[in-house]
Design a protein around this ligand. Structure first.
Ligand code: AQP
Length: 325
């Protein structure tokens, strides 16, 4: 299968992004043709600092490799370096009903969060994402739960285009992890963990041990005492249990048993150790890669070449089908 996905350079990649998306990418790269990119064009739709964006893009590439993406197995590139993404976005705009975009959950949430910057790009984000996917005729898109609505739109647009202009695109499937598709904020466990929220709400993949300790110790829980998985009554503890279970690779039941009759503080202290130990090799690799500028450039250049040749072939086909010269 051809697999494709991306992450925006909007902030630090956190354990939610890792457990929802990156971890799947890493396990899929052995048996599939994988293409992963940094979604820099998407990140322009929310307030950002042009002076730090380039640095943030490169940091994401480093994060991908430090977390376990293998550039020998996966093509890795930067979205804005392949102009066909925006070209296909425009062409798909012409088959996309505006109503489909206005009902998108992410659009509504971001429009609320960034009230003073509700730009057309924010509304059009899902069409660019459909273009990202359809350009490479990807079979499957590994994402967290918040992105499934957008992958569904990619399928809708593929179908609409195929009906109007003849079979061109594959309808891509979304691939979600069984657990961890929606890791919640440490401050507000009713909200998803997000890069653009306050730093206390997430743990970055390269977070220092002292900071991990502070964030977990102050993570919101309920007023009870039991370490029990209960999405409705104990959202905070349930979120921490999920993180524990995924990082330790142990079933929730086993962790509940381990902490039976023990308090939240003991559980949190144990979780701190689990998270610190799990992230330690990532921090080490990230530091090493940060000094290897030439290697990172080489990865990007190889990824770009591969992406470009697929993208150019698809755009040519699409333009011909749409009657363009
Ligand atoms: N909390 C989460 N739990 C599981 N998966 C998640 N993803 C995001 N948050 C969680 C998945 O990570 C990938 C990153 O997507 P993105 O960078 O395009 O933006 P996003 O989905 O909007 O993620 P963030 O972290 O919340 O970023 P901001 O704050 O910029 O909006 C996607 O596969 C996503 O599903």
């Amino acid at each position: 299968m051809r697999i494709l996905s991306g992450i925006q350079p909007t902030g630090d990649i956190h354990i939610g992004n890792y457990l929802g998306a990156l971890r799947q990418w890493i396990s899929l790269q052995d048996k599939n043709e994988c293409i992963f990119f940094v979604a820099d064009l998407h990140s322009l739709t929310v307030p950002y600092d042009p002076k730090t964006l380039q640095k943030s893009i490169i940091e994401k590439i480093i994060s991908y490799v430090a977390a376990g993406l293998d550039p020998e197995k996966s093509a890795i590139f930067v979205q804005s370096q392949i102009k066909e993404h925006t070209e296909l976005c425009w062409l798909l705009n012409t088959v996309c009903p505006v109503g489909e975009l206005e009902r998108m959950t992410q659009y509504k949430e971001k429009a609320k969060k960034f009230k003073n910057n509700i730009n057309a790009g924010l509304l059009d984000y899902p069409v660019l994402m459909a273009a990202d996917i359809l350009l490479y005729k990807a079979d499957a898109v590994p994402v967290g739960k918040d992105q499934t609505q957008h992958v569904e739109l990619a399928r809708t647009l593929a179908r609409k285009f195929n009906q109007k202009f003849g079979k061109t695109f594959i309808e891509p499937a979304d691939v979600l992890p069984k657990m961890g598709a929606k890791i919640m904020s440490l401050i507000d466990p009713k909200k998803k963990m997000s890069k653009t929220d306050a730093p206390q709400s997430y743990i970055s993949l390269f977070e220092e041990p002292e900071s991990i300790q502070k964030k977990i110790m102050s993570a919101t829980t309920d007023s009870g005492k039991n370490i029990k998985y209960d999405l409705v009554k104990k959202a905070g503890i349930t979120n921490l249990l999920t993180i524990y279970s995924l990082l330790e690779n142990k079933p929730i039941k086993e962790i509940e048993k381990k902490f039976k009759n023990k308090g939240y503080s003991e559980f949190k202290k144990s979780l701190i150790k689990v998270v610190i130990d799990f992230l330690k090799p990532f921090r080490k690799k990230q530091k090493e890669l940060a000094t290897r500028e030439v290697y990172i450039k080489e990865i990007l250049s190889r990824g770009k070449n591969k992406a470009q040749s697929i993208a150019q072939t698809t755009i040519q086909e699409v333009k011909e089908k749409m009657g363009l010269i």
